[in-house]
Design a protein around this ligand. Structure first.
Ligand code: FES
Length: 147
């Protein structure tokens, strides 16, 4: 059994310890906000927060994160809408929307560490891919959330 917390709730998965976290979240916990894009750590659609760091959940086994605290997009705004989400809405960021949960998680981690990021800081921190190419709106929204 593998145990950790997801959005402040204890979870105990009885599946193969080598199961990627993304599948445990989506299939066992019905948390489908994190998306399957490439499955090999490149696109970032599966990004979640683990102990405050942005992590590709498709490349992280559940065994590797025993005892950690996982936050998904569903847990990011449990009490109120997160400032990054408000900025995303205000800037009308999404086009198809598929990359957005992972992108918002990466942005939230960045702003936790750096309250006043430059454009270069944002480009360096957000390595997630957006197939619609709305990067200018994403950068603007992160800067708005930082204000
Ligand atoms: Fe995990 Fe693309 S699905 S990085």
């Amino acid at each position: 059994m593998t145990s950790f917390t997801v959005n402040n709730n204890p979870v105990h998965y009885k599946m193969d310890p080598n199961t990627p976290l993304l599948w445990a979240l989506r299939d066992a916990s019905n948390l489908t906000g994190a998306k399957y894009g490439c499955g090999n750590g490149e696109c970032g659609a599966c990004t979640v927060m683990i102990d405050g760091e942005a992590v590709r959940s498709c490349q992280t086994t559940i065994a590797a994160i025993e005892g950690t605290d996982v936050v998904t997009i569903e847990g990011l705004s449990r009490e109120r809408t997160h400032p990054v989400q408000l900025a995303w809405i205000a800037n009308n960021v999404p086009q198809c929307g598929f990359c957005i949960p992972g992108m918002i998680m990466a942005a939230a981690v960045l702003l936790k560490k750096n309250r006043n990021p430059t454009e270069d800081d944002i480009k360096t921190a957000l390595t997630n891919l957006c197939r619609c190419g709305v990067y200018p709106r994403i950068i603007e929204a992160v800067m708005r959330a930082a204000r």
